[in-house]
Design a protein around this ligand. Structure first.
Ligand code: URA
Length: 471
């Protein structure tokens, strides 16, 4: 047996270097004994002289490296051996990962998924409490118990998110401390090391109670999304049994009184209020992913509203809608159709960026119908404030946010759809779709997009003429 050892169990780079070394020495998976610095080691393994192996170049797809980077953080001691076996097999079968029935591939995907889920949970459920630091300044402290070894991998997220605050996250394996400029790692902590309550907690409790919508309460689902073991660390958890018990009564009361089941809070009376509301919104899982909500922008009253799908990577970073590649295409096409973007209110059906992490990249994910429907309340509020006469819906998500159903864009584009509030919805394709096309299809779809925008410009011209006649 050949021993392969990581000094730290979550050190992906160390695993990669060890794995590369073993493959280059021709060490078969069954001859490698992995240990990860936690004391769990194969009893039969021992340092033994390296056998002469077949030196070769080591190959691995990016997709594998991505999955492996997550899976390494799993607490399963067998993960390192599994990763090595897959890497070994990839040398002869570079497309192994496409075999969805392969047992190793299934196991790898399961590990990676569990770790990613844990990462997401930590981002969503860490709750900071304010304490006074030794120097009299404020520090936010949270206690969290991750299932897998995700603490270090998640640290950058919290640094980006709360860069200007001082905070500490205490966990049973280690603690992370940010002083506004540098990140420090400290020893394992105990739950009692984190403060139990303070004034901020009261705010949380009130907020949580206000967003706890009984109509959407499915007990099984809630437990899945917020496993019981996280509850003990959430200040609002103490309210959960209570809230579940009273949910049915509250729901019945809401139906009896005809209350809008989504309208749990009064609709904001200004766009500034919408911006504040969406920043706090946790109605759906996208709102819990730690990204910044992106507000619509444009005149407070606008004849034209443009509704896209959701902010993308650039939009989330710049905190403005349609500033990335799709936005640039849209701006060009609007300009060519003679429509001035600066006079339109540009927004999205979904206000948070839904993505899947792939290494350093964030890959766009399409929001589900349910997520679009939950965000619709905000879009409706924007519409009620901006009062557009014409609304351009870009793609199926934008259209669903407006119509409450998912239309076939191919069939319904270029037709005026009359809305109950007197406005007109005009559908076209999403610019991101155009960006993905090539060759003839690209030209054809660009031309159709231009035609749709020309049709929109004609409607806008009619409105302007009507307004001129009235005045
Ligand atoms: N795509 C969208 O739908 N909206 C944006 O804001 C950017 C890209």
């Amino acid at each position: 047996m050949i021993a392969a050892e990581l000094a730290e169990p979550d050190d992906f780079e160390a695993w990669r270097d060890e794995a590369r070394r073993l493959i280059m020495q021709g060490v078969a998976p069954e001859d490698a004994a992995w240990s990860d610095g936690t004391g769990a080691m194969d009893l039969f393994a021992g340092p033994s002289p390296v056998q002469s192996g077949s030196w070769r170049e080591v190959r691995a797809s990016l997709a594998f490296m991505d999955l492996a980077r997550s899976a390494v953080l799993h607490v399963d001691p067998a993960r390192l051996g599994l990763l090595y076996r897959i890497l070994w097999r990839l040398q002869d079968r570079p497309r192994l990962l496409d075999d969805a029935a392969d047992r190793d591939v299934v196991a790898l995907e399961r590990l990676a998924k569990q770790v990613r889920r844990d990462i997401h949970k930590m981002r969503a459920f860490v709750r900071f409490r304010a304490v006074t630091d030794e120097d009299g300044g404020e520090r936010y402290v949270a206690w969290f118990e991750p299932e897998h070894r995700i603490e270090r991998a998640n640290a950058a997220f919290f640094v980006n998110r709360f860069a200007s605050q001082r905070w500490s996250i205490l966990t049973p394996r280690l603690s992370l401390h940010w002083d506004g400029a540098a990140l420090f790692e400290g020893p394992a902590a105990a739950r009692g090391d984190a403060p139990a309550e303070d004034a901020i907690e009261d705010l949380w409790l009130g907020y949580y109670r206000s967003i706890f919508n009984p109509a959407r309460l499915k007990v099984g689902m809630m437990v899945k999304e917020m496993p019981r073991r996280y509850w003990k660390n959430l200040p609002e958890a103490s309210q959960i049994p209570d809230l579940i018990a009273s949910a049915h009564k509250r729901e019945t009361a809401m139906i009896d009184t005809g209350t809008d089941l989504f309208a749990q809070e009064p609709a904001p009376l200004s766009l500034g209020g919408v911006a504040e509301g969406i920043a706090r919104c946790r109605r759906c899982p996208i709102g819990c992913n730690g990204t910044r909500a992106v507000m619509g922008e444009g005149p407070e009253l606008a004849e034209l509203m443009i509704v896209g799908e959701q902010p993308g990577d650039s939009e989330e970073r710049e905190h403005r809608p349609f500033v990335g590649p799709a936005g640039q295409l849209l701006d060009r096409a609007l300009g060519e159709a003679g429509i001035d973007r600066s006079r339109a209110f540009v927004t999205n059906a979904v206000k948070h960026f839904k993505f899947a992490p792939r290494g350093k990249r964030r890959l766009h994910q399409t929001p589900t119908a349910n997520e679009i429907d939950m965000c619709r309340w905000w879009l409706d509020t924007e519409r009620a404030l901006v009062k557009p006469k014409v609304i351009l819906a870009l793609g199926a998500t934008g259209a669903r946010g407006l119509l409450g159903r998912t239309p076939a864009i191919g069939r319904e584009r270029g037709q005026a759809i009359a809305m109950a509030d007197g406005s007109t919805v005009w559908l076209t394709a999403h610019p991101s779709y155009l960006l993905r096309l090539e060759g003839d299809a690209r030209e054809r779809e660009h031309a159709r997009f231009a035609e749709d925008l020309a049709g929109l410009a004609r409607i806008l011209a009619t409105i302007t003429i009507e307004a001129t006649h009235r005045s």
